[in-house]
Design a protein around this ligand. Sequence first.
Ligand code: MF3
Ligand code: CO
Length: 256
Amino acid sequence: MITIKSPHQIEKMKRAGGIVFETLELLRELVKPGVSTEWLNREADAFIRSKGATPSFLNYNGYPKSICVSVNEQVVHGIPGSRIILDGDIVSVDVGAYFEGFHADAARTFLAGNVAEEVKRLVEVTRECFFEGIKFAKAGYRISDIGKAVQQHAESNGYSVVRELVGHGIGTEMHEEPEVPNFYDRHRGSGAKIAAGMVLAIEPMINLGGKEVTLLPDGWTVATRDKKPSAHYENTIAVTDGEPLLLTWEERGPGG
Ligand code: MF3
Ligand code: CO
């Protein structure tokens, strides 16, 4: 069942979203060569709690940490640990916060030190894919129109779209219906009609090489099979009668 949120509920979700946004802005400052992924996790966890929220991911289906940190060929769900970020790494951080009954979820891929031009471009295009997708997050379109737009932008730039993981509805639960694929598959149908009051996490995961991924032995980390880099960009958005409302994003100059 797809839940429709009232304007009041969307207002509350915006507060959860603001905490996620601020956590990502903190992480943007903290991600640099020499820091450990566990330190990033600790700083983010403390920040989320300082705002009176709780990290949505901790203990979710047994997930052991408060954020996900996925480096280079890791696509998503990297578990923070002793790994040290190196010069030239790309670092995807995924943050969820639960505040006054609602979740918000967003991700960014940050550059650590000097990143190869080719990889920087992947990160930029992944961000663009999100903004192409939300052009269709409006009443009257179908969920599949979002994925079509994301896929079109990624593939026309020579990249591939991960199929195993998708965006999702979000609200009182972190993962709600509908699924929001970043690709179009006629066998999976054209998807639900989009309506005002739907809140969606739209999250393109785009690979420099092939689309195939593999699950690492830790049981969580998803990585590309060809070990080429992958980028992730996600925001929680609310569908309105007009333009979609971005709950985990604010205009703060380039890179937002
Ligand atoms: N943002 C992630 C997603 O939508 C949530 C991470 S799930 C966790 O899949 F289990 F890793 F916490
Ligand atoms: Co998500």
